[in-house]
Design a protein around this ligand. Structure first.
Ligand code: ADP
Ligand code: MG
Length: 681
């Protein structure tokens, strides 16, 4: 049996079934086998109603008192009833399933499978699956009452699926294995892929179902980690310009700074300078919370490369941020004879500037990611710095490599900076090929940011007086809204409407707005005015999210805060508290009950803590942040399972150093796909 064979080669799959399976995305034997149960139902363990507890339950009982009504406000139909067994009774509710009212015979027993939970102060079983007890029991005889439930996709029925798998049963023994001997049998019970897949489909109890999943999770992590290990190996084969570490130069710039570097900044700079000396390209991630001072670390390392006669490029995700970086890098580096230029969409004298870059008159080019794709040519680019790395896609980084390696045969050293820390488990699993420096220390004298969740109905009493107290001290305010214009279909507060409203409330202060659809020149103008203190309240979309640095702005209000991810809110909040004054951030919501995310933010300003918290609040296999836009999300493995990750990691490393991928063609293919997704070099 070949996994790439068409499903039509499976016994019992005729043209009609094939068509149905195709519609559900199942084309090959492999697709079929990996179409795994979503969950299992255990009919051997029903809950007596007198002993019911909140959570997932299977109940056997009769149903009565069914009534259907419509709600006027949200236009729902609600069907309610009572389920009884011989011990007690509970309430059952279905939403928008009016046929339920006529589905049941009140004299017959049914199995109800679903979640028993608190809803608006009352316990109920909500939208359970219901099946005639006699039907279930007939089937249960065959498989001990434990049976898989397959995800329902378009036309395919769970029953059809079970039948096909049943006829495939004898063929499981012929499924080839994917992984080399890894000792995985010590860790997961099935020990082989064929064993795991068989167990997943024909599990007889919870323990078997779990063992099967564990093996598949191991397999998935092994592939992912091996891919990043191989990326690392390939990166080491590339050649790069060696940049000597000249201590005297570094000492000079460090002593020119207005402040003392933190120890973390010193260590990170040292690690980078050491990497730059090597003949293989650096591939390093600098993780440091918002405000930890990553820019100056980048500036010092850039100076080292420029002193050695090379060019450096710094990429920022937005034009506003690029402009700001160009400004502060000029201030830091021009005294050392460095020519810094900003190359962004709004730069007018482009041709002249491009010439200067091409013939090496410009040493440090700051720009947006357009730099990667446009026709800008460098004389000798040896070092690329990417700020807010998580904002860039893999493809863009790939382009960078193509652009430079193709021309010179040399790869640039790469420093990626991020204020969105990658949790350790994810680091190990996905980015094992990166070297990491961490700024885990804020510059001295920073005041913590106080964060408060606030309901919009309380603005008058609890927010406006605070805003006034900041304005009176001549401190500035960011007011973040999700939308630009009002949309009659949504309740979301818009920038334009909010700016108008605040203009009326805070009459004696300058209120302005900013959003991504304004012309670049307009945006620059507003940003300039805000930075120089001519605007008191800046109502803005998230265009100010990353990197923007206005130390006199110490208050932030985020409207409709529930609509953002944790990482994004943390980034936004990082715009305040950048000076020596106490800062505040209000997370505004229209909801009565704030989300868990908001509560975590209220509790902590530590980016590393929040990254872990976010990982826990997300699905277990969802890759953190916007890193890969779902393409990399894990199906079986959980990023919270550090033990499994560590185990798979050591197995993959062993294989990367001693195994030969050519002996495992199927594995090699999976790995190739992952390598393309995870490569950061
Ligand atoms: P981020 O890590 O968020 O990019 P920045 O590099 O923008 O942080 O730095 C934030 C602010 O802190 C800047 O105004 C910068 O000049 C200042 N800064 C950086 N390092 C130090 C330090 N060691 N001591 C005091 N201020 C510092
Ligand atoms: Mg920054």
């Amino acid at each position: 049996m070949n996994l790439t064979d068409s499903i039509s080669s499976v016994k019992g799959v005729g043209p009609k079934t094939e068509e149905i399976l195709n519609k559900s995305g199942i084309f090959t034997v492999r697709d079929l086998l990996y179409y795994l149960p979503r969950t299992y139902e255990n009919f051997t363990e029903t809950t007596r109603l007198s002993e019911i507890k909140p959570g997932k339950v299977v109940i056997k009982g009769k149903i009565s008192d069914l009534k259907t009504r419509r709600t006027t406000r949200r236009n729902l139909t609600i069907t309610e009833g009572v389920i009884r067994d011989n011990s007690d009774a509970i309430r059952v509710v279905w939403f928008n399933q009016p046929y339920r009212a006529k589905q049941f015979d009140p004299k017959k027993d049914y199995y109800f499978t679903g979640t028993y939970d608190l809803n608006r102060g009352r316990y109920q079983l909500t939208s359970p699956k219901a099946e005639l007890a006699s039907d279930v029991e007939k089937q249960a005889e065959r498989n001990n009452g434990f049976r898989p439930v397959y995800p329902v996709r378009s036309a395919i029925k769970s029953e059809t699926f079970k039948k096909i798998l049943e006829s495939f049963r004898p063929d499981f023994a012929t499924i080839p294995d994917l992984l080399p001997e890894t000792g995985s049998s010590k860790f997961t019970k099935p020990g082989t892929r064929r064993g795991a897949l068989f167990m997943a489909h024909f599990a007889e109890n919870e323990a078997e179902a779990k063992a099967a999943r564990d093996y598949l999770a191991f397999e998935e992590l092994f592939e992912l980690i091996l891919a990043s290990q191989l990326n690392k190996k390939e990166n080491q084969k590339l050649q790069a310009n060696q940049i000597p570490f000249v201590t005297a130069d570094i000492k000079k710039i460090v002593s020119s700074l207005k402040f003392k570097l933190t120890n973390a900044q010193r260590l990170a700079t040292y690690e980078i300078l050491k990497d730059l000396e090597k003949s293989s390209p650096m591939n390093r991630l600098l993780q440091g919370d918002v405000g930890s001072g990553k820019t100056v670390v980048a500036a010092i390392s850039a100076l080292s490369a420029i002193r050695a006669g090379f060019q450096v490029a710094l990429l920022a995700p937005t034009a506003i941020l690029a402009a700001q970086h160009a400004e502060s890098l000029k201030e830091l580096l021009e005294p050392f004879g460095v020519a810094v230029a900003l190359l962004s969409g709004s730069t007018k004298q482009k041709p002249a500037l491009k010439d200067a870059i091409k013939n090496g008159k410009i040493h440090l080019v700051v720009g947006t990611h357009a730099l990667l794709t446009d026709d800008t040519e460098f004389k000798n680019l040896a070092f690329t710095i990417i700020d807010e790395q998580h904002r860039f896609g893999v493809n863009q980084r790939q382009k960078l490599l193509e652009k430079t390696v193709k021309k010179t045969g040399l790869a640039p050293h790469l420093l990626m900076m991020t204020a969105t820390p990658i949790p350790r488990s994810l680091q190990l699993a996905v980015f094992g090929d990166l070297d990491v420096s961490i700024l885990n220390e804020l510059p001295a004298g920073r005041q913590p940011i106080t964060t408060k969740i606030i309901r919009e109905v309380n603005f008058q009493d609890d927010l406006y007086p605070t805003v006034r107290s900041f304005l009176v001290k001549h401190q500035q305010v960011y007011w973040i809204c999700r939308a630009i214009e009002d949309n009659p279909m949504e309740e979301t507060t818009s920038v334009k409407k909010q700016a108008k409203k605040l203009g009326q409330i805070f009459k004696n202060h300058a209120v302005a707005f900013l959003h991504g659809r304004m012309k670049p020149a307009e945006k620059d103008d507003i940003m300039q005015k805000f930075a120089s203190g001519k605007i008191d309240i800046l109502v803005s979309t998230t265009v100010v999210e990353v990197g923007v640095n206005v130390p006199n702005a110490n208050l932030m209000v985020i409207m409709d805060a529930d609509g953002y991810g944790l990482a994004q809110l943390h980034q936004l909040r990082g715009r305040v508290g950048r000076g020596s004054e106490a800062a505040m951030c209000f997370l505004a919501t229209k909801n009565e009950e704030p989300s868990r995310r908001l509560k975590e933010l209220e509790k902590s300003t530590d980016g590393f803590y929040l990254a872990e918290a976010d990982l826990k609040l997300r699905g277990p296999g969802e890759i953190y942040g916007s890193l890969q836009h779902g393409a990399l999300n894990l199906h079986f493995a959980s990023l919270l399972d550090t033990k499994m990750i560590a185990f798979a990691s050591s197995a993959a490393k062993d294989f990367a150093s001693s195994g030969n991928l050519a002996d495992y063609p199927e594995l090699a293919q999976c790995i190739k796909r992952y390598q393309q997704l995870t490569t950061l070099n």
